[in-house]
Design a protein around this ligand. Sequence first.
Ligand SMILES: Cc1cc2nc3c(=O)[nH]c(=O)nc-3n(C[C@H](O)[C@H](O)[C@H](O)COP(=O)(O)O)c2cc1C
Length: 172
Amino acid sequence: MEFFDVIKHRYSYRGDFTSKQLSEEDINKILKAAIAAPISMNIQTTSYVAITDKHIISKLGDIIKGNGIATAPFVIVLLSENLSGFSSMNFEVENYSAACANILLSVTALGYSSVWTDGILRAKEINDAVRHLLKIPKNKTIRAVLPIGEAKDPHRGEDKDTIDDLVVFNHY
Ligand SMILES: Cc1cc2nc3c(=O)[nH]c(=O)nc-3n(C[C@H](O)[C@H](O)[C@H](O)COP(=O)(O)O)c2cc1C
């Protein structure tokens, strides 16, 4: 898909997935796209749990209901770590967000769907259960869960605001 078509076609898909598995090649493309994202001061604060094991995905789907997680053939859990470099400035949220955007666009380019699942992880009992299931070390913060696969029920994304709505040229 042409680059700007990918941007136009990406949307948050919250339904179930078909049983189509992702090839290892596609999984690697998606993970490489994540790692290629910009990172502040080139200090890598983002890391990933890439889940292809059906049983683990099913258990994750028991913890995080909805967003098709239980049916996803592939799930990426994004983690971040506070590794402040030359100063006390912490860019881990910005860094993982840039990686997330790269993942969502590469998923779209390959014909799959996903959704940035984040809010539910802010509930302590859910966060603790995900950490326990995936054996995530204490020094890493769980940021987002991205279920990835072929949409069973694809649809159009929401309409977006326009340049006129959001942009001023040169100054307010
Ligand atoms: C930081 C962030 C957190 C989000 N968290 C969630 C979430 O927890 N659950 C969810 O279903 N969608 C979540 N989304 C997806 C947004 O709801 C979605 O991007 C927005 O409604 C625009 O729709 P679109 O992605 O189809 O363009 C999140 C998006 C961002 C950028």
